[in-house]
Structure formats: structure tokens, C-alpha cells
Design a protein around this ligand. Structure first.
Ligand code: SAH
Ligand code: MG
Length: 195
């Protein structure tokens, strides 16, 4: 892995205001990945490939990341970035809306990273639970959404996102087969272990 290239990719994404994974969030997930050495990771929300590239370092032997992105310009940039860093054989991009793509997938995953449209988190969760392996982990980024989720703040613009994020939290905390921790790192990270 070319560290200098990775740093350039990160800086350009930040300049372009692309909401890439925050350092403290990445640090937490990396700790889990180091231990799990996952064979297969599913990511929902590739953007320009930054988080997928970072995760690829922790894959087990012959491990693969499947990642989904609907913005075709970002898909293009992600492909270029993945090539620059030399991890093409580890990352497979699905181009299109995850709402349509997820139901067509039939893999089993050790890890899922949900990092796309907040209003779709309950649906992404349902599909992730369908495909997660026993003892797998589902991470959901931006789960506290700037603090809106835990406050009574209720601006019209964020209302649907907030409602769906709360529904996600309710499901992962009440489902008896799921054990969840919510951390205040970055924009909030839910870590759900599946029994
Ligand atoms: N995981 C990336 C950042 C993802 S930003 C990183 O940390 O580097 C969220 C991305 O999800 C955006 O690029 C957006 O276009 C994409 N997205 C949002 N909703 C989506 C959907 N329904 N299907 C596919 N991609 C989606
Ligand atoms: Mg995010």
C-alpha cells in the first residue's frame, strides 16, 4: 500500500468536501478489523474509495471488499484511487443505488460498514442482517448525526434522516440477537455484534 498516495487521496477528498470517514472512527474500526481479519467486507457508500482502501489493509488472505456507490463521478474517482494505491484485486465496486443492489447480493459478510443515505439506514440494516455471518459486526457511521439524533432538535430538513437513524438504533438495541454499542467518535458510530 502506497501511504503517500493514500494521504493525497484523503487530502483531495477533504478539499472536495466529500464526507470521508473521520480519523477517530477509522481508528476504532481498524482495531476490530485487525482482530477479525475479515474475508469479506460489505461497504454501503464508497464515495471516492478512501475508507475501502483503508479497510483493505486489514483483510484476511484473499479477502475482498464489496462496496456500493450511486454517484457515477465518485465511482470513477474511486476506481482511479484504488488503482493508484494498487489494491484493485481487493475492492469490487457496485455502481448504482444500494436500495436496488443490496437485494440482488447473496454473499455472506464478516463485516458491514453502513455509510450512505441516512434515511435508508433501517433498510440497509435489514439487508445487512440477512447477509452477515454469525459473530460478524455491522458498523454504522454518522449514527448520531451532529447530535440531532439524541436531542429534540427537529428541523424539517433533517427530520426524515433523524427518524430513520432513531429507528436503526431502536432495532439494534432491542433485537435479542444483536449486541450494540454506540460511540461518540466522529459523527457517531454504532457497533453491532451479531450472535
Ligand atoms: N465511506 C466513504 C464515504 C461515503 S460518503 C469514506 O469514508 O471514504 C456517502 C456516499 O454514499 C456518497 O458518495 C453518496 O453518493 C453515497 N450514497 C448515498 N446514498 C446511497 C445509496 N442509496 N446507494 C448508493 N450510494 C449511496
Ligand atoms: Mg460517514
Amino acid at each position: 500500500m502506497n501511504k503517500l498516495e493514500l494521504e493525497k487521496i484523503k487530502q483531495k477528498a477533504l478539499e472536495d468536501h466529500i464526507p470521508i470517514i473521520m480519523d477517530d472512527t477509522l481508528e476504532v474500526i481498524a482495531k476490530y478489523l485487525k482482530e477479525l481479519k475479515p474475508k469479506r467486507i460489505l461497504e454501503i457508500g464508497t464515495a471516492v474509495g478512501y475508507s475501502a482502501i483503508c479497510f483493505s489493509k486489514y483483510l484476511g488472505k484473499n479477502g475482498i471488499i464489496d462496496t456500493i456507490e450511486r454517484d457515477l463521478e465518485r465511482v470513477q474517482e474511486a476506481k482511479e484511487n484504488i488503482k493508484k494505491v494498487g489494491v484493485e484485486e481487493k475492492i469490487n465496486i457496485y455502481e448504482g443505488d444500494a436500495v436496488e443492489i443490496l437485494p440482488t447480493l447473496n454473499e455472506k459478510y464478516d463485516v458491514v460498514f453502513i455509510d450512505a443515505a441516512k434515511g435508508k439506514y433501517p433498510f440497509f440494516l435489514k439487508e445487512s442482517i440477512r447477509m452477515i455471518k454469525p459473530n460478524g459486526i455491522i458498523f454504522a457511521d454518522n449514527i448520531l448525526y451532529k447530535g440531532y439524533v439524541m436531542s429534540d432538535y427537529n428541523k424539517h430538513k433533517q427530520r426524515t434522516a433523524v427518524r430513520n437513524l432513531r429507528e436503526y438504533i431502536k432495532e439494534v438495541t432491542q433485537n435479542p440477537n444483536i449486541q450494540t454499542e454506540i460511540l461518540e467518535v466522529g459523527d457517531g458510530l454504532a457497533i453491532s455484534k451479531i450472535k
